[in-house]
Design a binder for this molecule. Structure first.
Ligand code: ADP
Length: 356
């Protein structure tokens, strides 16, 4: 087995090398790097079976190490070596694909052996799963692309026939054409939903500072450009967060659009922000005065194609909230909803902030 140890403290490195010597067979070798950047180069090929990585390194502060590890693409499982104060950070790094963390003050032969062995197995399973998901998604993407072309052709054929019929079109025929157009639009919306769902499966996301006030403005401008019904929206001052701009737009768009759509009143939407000091997260709430939902459905609505209403009453593909959930997961965030039938709904999205 080949182990990459990224540790600048000589004493710690020697201690870990000793433990590795006792925990694994004789043919195990350890390559030690004191800096993160050369270690990251080494991680891009498959030479190593596992990497043990400290967070604070001479060429990379804890914050920089976090940002770099969040974006790394490697098939080598990475275990974070933690000191007493950075366990909280290491915990959060697990959501960005790190396999596990090892507190330096608790290191022993058994723990080291168990954690490394499981991490290697888990990473192999993860890669297998990612390959299968990626095949499946390529298949769906190609299907969705073919769909798009065919639906567009059906839509334009219908228009041509209507034009050719001109004055000769009867009331009954008009009804049939309306039904055809409604269904063509529904398949178009499904195809768009599928496209968004697939394109938001972004495991190694490149993030920037995104001002959520601007995102809301853009969403409202887009909604106003469409044919949606009128609505009132009140937005309190929102924070800027680290995220993927295009995905955050889709997240806000879907939640606001649902608040307008699932509503029998004049829609009133309230978007507010609170900072939760305990979880160190920005919580954004989307409150509406719409039709609400029964408690028993609140977890299920985030699954793809799960709808509570027929297409005749409220049009939709059933993909909106599953896309929202994916985006939330991509951002290491959380989403939950409180709702009561007839009394509106409130969605809570919590973006946790890493403490550097
Ligand atoms: P779609 O709107 O395309 O059906 P979604 O995934 O966005 O798909 O939503 C799933 C279901 O959750 C919807 O069909 C609807 O029944 C319910 N839902 C979503 N948002 C709200 C809301 N704000 N108020 C009431 N019901 C909602």
């Amino acid at each position: 087995m080949q182990i990459l140890l990224v540790e600048d403290n000589q004493d710690h490195a020697l201690l870990i090398q000793d433990l590795i010597g006792s925990a694994f067979s004789d043919d195990t070798s350890v390559h030690t790097e004191e800096n993160l950047l050369p270690a990251m180069d080494l991680l891009s090929d498959k030479t190593f079976d596992i990497c043990l990585c400290d967070l604070q390194l001479p060429d990379s502060s804890i914050g920089e190490t976090i940002d770099r590890l969040k974006q790394i693409e490697t098939c080598v499982p990475i275990i974070i070596l933690t000191s007493i104060n950075d366990e909280n950070v290491a915990h959060k790094l697990l959501t960005y694909g790190m396999q596990d963390f090892l507190p330096k003050d608790e290191l022993n032969i058994n723990l080291l052996h168990r954690i490394c062995t499981y991490a290697i197995k888990r990473k192999q399973q993860q890669i297998l799963l990612e390959e299968r998901t990626s095949d499946m998604e390529a298949f769906c993407r190609s299907l969705s692309h073919d769909f798009k072309g065919m639906v567009r052709r059906i839509g334009s054929s219908s228009k041509i026939i209507q034009e050719k019929l001109g004055e000769a079109i009867t009331e009954e025929l008009s009804d049939w054409f309306r039904l055809l157009d409604t269904n063509v639009n529904a398949i178009g919306a499904l195809e768009k939903g599928l496209y968004d769902y697939l394109s938001t499966n972004n495991l190694a996301i490149v993030t920037t500072e995104v001002d959520l006030n601007v995102v809301v403005e853009e969403v409202c401008a887009t909604l106003e450009g469409g044919e949606d019904q009128s609505y009132n929206i009140a937005v309190s001052e929102l924070p800027s967060i680290n995220g993927v701009r295009s995905q955050l737009f889709i997240l806000f768009y879907n939640l606001i659009q649902n608040a307008i759509k699932y509503n029998e009143n004049e829609p009133k939407i309230n978007i507010a922000h609170q900072f939760n000091k305990k979880s160190h997260s920005h919580v954004i709430t989307f409150k509406d005065n719409g039709i609400g939902m029964k408690e028993e459905y609140l977890k299920k609505i985030f699954s793809p194609f799960y709808r509570l209403h027929s297409d005749r009453k409220y049009q939709g593909s059933g993909l909106g909230l599953s896309i929202v959930k994916r985006i939330v997961e991509n951002h290491g965030a959380d989403i939950r909803v409180e709702s009561k039938e007839g009394s509106g709904s409130c969605f809570f999205v919590s973006f946790s902030q890493l403490e550097h």
